[in-house]
Structures are given as C-alpha cells and as structure tokens.
Design a protein around this ligand. Sequence first.
Ligand code: ADP
Length: 632
Amino acid sequence: MAIKQFKTESKKMLDMMINSVYTNKEIFLRELISNASDAIDKRYFRSLTDSSLGLAREEYGITIAVDKDNRTITVSDNGCGMTAEDLENNLGTIAHSDSGEFKGENKDENISIIGQFGVGFYSAFMVSSKIVVTTKALLGDTAYKWESEGVEGYTITECDKDTVGTEIVMYLKEDAENETYSEFMDAFRIQSLIRKYSDYIRYPIRMNVETSVPKEKAEGDNSQPEYETIVENRTLNSMVPLWHRKASDVTDEEYAEFYKGRFYDTAPPVRTIHAKMEGNVEYEMLLFIPQNAPYDYYSKDYEKGLQLYSDGVMIMEKCADLLPDYFNFIRGVVDSSDLTLNISRETLQQNYQVKTIAKSIEKKIKNELLKLQKENREKYEDFWKSFGAQIKFGVYNNYGINKEALQDLLVFRCTSGERFITLKEYVEAMPESQKAVYYAFAESAELAMKLPRTQAVLEKGFDVFLLTDDIDEFALGAINMYSDKPFKNVTAGDLDISTEDEKDALKKANEEYNEMFVAMQETLEGKVKAVRFSGSLGDNPISLSSEGYISAEMAKILSRMPGNEMFAHADMALEINLNHKLSDTLKTLFAENKEKFDLYTKILYAQARQISGLETENPVDLTNMICQLMTD
Ligand code: ADP
C-alpha cells in the first residue's frame, strides 16, 4: 500500500506537533474525546430521522484503554465513524492549517497559535510516535484503517471492524531525559485529565481501573485485612455540563479551564457570567469576557456568536443572533430546553425565545462590564484596550440608536490623571462654573494635552478628555451631551470659558482690528474662514479652530474613508492670542510694513496647521519664508 503525503500545510503543522515544545501536551486527550463526543452527537442526530442508525441512549459512550506492555492508549467511540473519503479529507488535512498562520519557524509564536486553535486530532502526535485509526462509518460496509508515523505520510487500508464507530490507538513516544510520556498511561493521571478537561462531556467516558479492595473475612476474624486487586469499569466524567451546575459549586479554575479549552484562549477570562434564568423562556447562560482579542478579531473572518444548546445537546456552534455587534467579543454557551433541536438558521432570527434570550444576555453583559469598571478600573482598562473600539463603534453606529445603552461603558484618558474615567465621573467632578465637557483630539494623549486650547481650558481648572482613537470623536459626537452638559472639542469654535469682562475686551479688540484680519484672510487666499483674536489660548501665540460640526481631525479621518470625501472639509479660523506680544507685533507691521505683515501671516498659518496635526501644505515655501526672515 502506497504511502500518501499530507497536504503541505498540514505537514508543517504535523511537524510542529511532533517536535512540539508546547508544554501543555496533555490536551491531546481532551481533543480526541471532544472529537469522539462530536461523532456520537452526529450519529444521534442522524438517528432522529432514521432510528435504525442509532443506539439506545445509554449505549453511547467513549472508552479509554491502556496497554502498558505495548505502550498504547486507545480511545474508542461508537459515533458516526468515517468512510475512506472522510479519513482522507479529515485526517490528511487540518482544517486550520491552510490559514497560512503557521510559519513553522518561530517556536514561541507557534506555541501561542497551538493554544489559540483547537489543533484537534494532530495534537496526538505530540505524545505518539505512531497512530492507528480504525473506523467504520454509518451505512458503510467496509471498515478502514488509517495509519501514520508522522510527516512521512499515511496509509489507508481496508480492515475488519464489526461495529460502527472509531478507535484511535496511540503508540506513545519513548521517554526522554526531560519529557516523559509514560505518565499518560497512569490511570490516576488519565482520571484527573478527564475531570479537568472533559468532565461535562455528555456521554460516559469509561475505563478499566485497577483498584485494591479488602478481601472478605469470616465473621469474628479480627486479623489485619488482606487486599486483592480487582478491575473496575469506571465512568470517569460526571457528564453534567458545567453550565448545568450551580454557580456556587464551580471554582474559578474550573471556569478558566473550561473557557480556555473550549474557546482556545491562553489567558483566563476577565469575567465569567453564569446564570440560570427563569420566566417566559428558561435557559442557562455561561458567558465569558475575554482578556485579549483573538488573533483574527479585527479581520473580516471573525464571526461573533454563542454556542447554542438545547438541553445539553449542541444545536449551533456560533449563534450570531444572540449577541449584538458591539458585544461580539463575548464567548460562551446558552442552553435552553425551550428550543427545539431542529431549529434552523433561517427560523432563528424570528424565534421568540432567541430574541428574548438575546435581550437579557445583552443586559447581563452590560451590567457585568459596569461592575468590572467600578470594581477594578485597571482590569477594565485592559479590557477596554482590547475591545473598547468595538463598543465606541456601537455608540456611533446606526445613527447612535444604542448610545444611551452604551454611554456609561465608555472610558477615556483625561488631563487630571493616569486612570481612564467615565463620562459620569467627569461630569460629577465638574466645578460649578464649567458648562461643557471638554475634549481634545490628537495622535497621542501627550500631543492632545499640549494643544494651545487644551492648555487654556486647563488654566481655568477644567479637566479635558484626551482622545486618540479615530472613532472617539464620532462616538462623542453621537452622544452629543451627558447629563445636560454639551460636549465641546477644545479646538472648535468658542470655548465659552471667559468672564464677561474678558469677553467685552475681546469683542472690542476684534472690532477695532477687523480691517487687519480681513487683510490677513486675503493674504491666506481664503484658506481660513476667519482671523481673530482669542482670549483662550493660555500662553500660546496662535491656534487653528474649527467653525462647524466637522473638526479638523474628523475631516482628516473622513478624507480617508471612501465615499465621505465630500464631508471631509473643516472650516477653520486662525486665532491670535490677544494677550501675547505677537498681537502687538502684527498690529505694528500691519500699519508700517505690508510686505513683512504678509510674510508673518503665511508663516503663522503654516505653524498653526502643524500644531493642529495637519500636514504642511508646502514645506519648501515655508522653509524659504523662514530663511527670508532670518536673513533680513
Ligand atoms: P476539528 O475537530 O477541529 O474539526 P480534528 O483534526 O480534531 O479537527 O478532526 C478533523 C475531523 O476528523 C473532524 O472534524 C471529524 O470530521 C473527523 N473526526 C475526528 N475524530 C473523529 C471520530 N472519533 N469520529 C468521527 N470523525 C472524527
């Protein structure tokens, strides 16, 4: 029988498994058992429409057998089995290995990838030097044997097997100096692995376990008891899904193991929500808020969804209708006996139960996030760095329809400290004289802090949110105000932070020098909508401010979004600090030296653009103008 080659990518992955430095080799058992359980599920499903294909409920099961003499571990199931074609397709290729993620070179990276995917069947090669799979499919006449010693390839031959199902024999690798494989033949070890990873599997996982029991004694015999070894066929798993158990009986470690194993994360969840809901629709939910975004979270391949069960039987791997887009990072399980087994994707959306469940799940998630925000701000900030953008997008999306539900989840950095704060916290700390919620936007918090107009607001003793995410300003724009306090971009329009006297003085000065400002506007060829004095620039000489709804930053972002170019224009005003010596210089030049006045105006405008983070329109001209000044 000719040896067949694995597909290239599968070969790489297999090679990685065989030479794995992954420390968590023990997961191989979990993977095989989960496959066995899936296979039994499949057979069970098919027997719903054709009862001749099924077994009695109590006959389904998974068996583990150890043969110490031959150094083998065998996992058998009476599930759906595989045809020769299935063997070829399923074990010759690995589902995820065509993703190109596996470079096979950087070991550390690969390890974290092993953790992120369920690497499934191939993980058995971490502990085995040879694997033999014997299987017979439902309705199949012939049984087949798949055999492989690793990257060299595999063979598929016909063989004898009476019953439908699959048997996987692993020939354990020889123990090496710092790697022992014999431990996996130890009954205790196997039992504890099953308890750790596979306890909730719904079918019994049985194994013959040797135990020593006291021999029976005659009545009145007070001598030391003698022991004998008997072989007991034990069921190793409790078969109760974790979510069926009472939350108070489940430890954090159990939740973490379950989460990591099932959702392929290497870190434990930030929070776990486990609840049994009663009412119109009865169901259990076990939800997890992850710490880190999965590797594909920001790609278009990412699919949201929760695993949907009907009384312990999985009916859908990813039920998208249970989660709103802005909570698409939540992982978990929903189980309701009110759902019928044959619910289809099409009927799901209209399904009353699913809608009800989705609504209450959303509420639960939000409350849990608010709780985390209150109890552990540092952890919340970590969470926020991974998923905050998604929630901000939720605020802004669909014309802000969800803004009220989500606004209290938002946190931003601000000028008053390192910690991120909420809108509520900001508003509650506002001094009475402050009328608006101020925010500044720049590439980094440090730059936002240094903006002239940020400084002016700070001088008044008001806090300023420092925004750095493209979506931030759009999200705040959608909310518009909080607790009756309007949001104000520090670089837009009138900041309204001056006293009445200051306002009067400013108004007067602006009227008096109107002619000068018109001249400057002409010099700038209409690039600015206005030029004026400002009293709100702190120590800084100049600033650009925007006049309408679209700020300079928004215009920049919009210009990068196809189809939005026409909105990508901000009307700008050039502001000169009335209290800065520069204002006197300009006044004098306007009266005495028109040529220099023009030159100054152009340079000031170019500098103001730079301060606002806008690109320099013509760097060569600017340099020449500055040099002209220097050499005058
Ligand atoms: P995954 O389980 O993520 O699909 P695996 O590599 O573990 O990846 O398995 C590949 C495929 O092989 C499975 O999807 C399934 O179709 C098939 N398979 C594996 N183990 C069994 C089994 N015990 N019985 C029937 N089919 C199996």
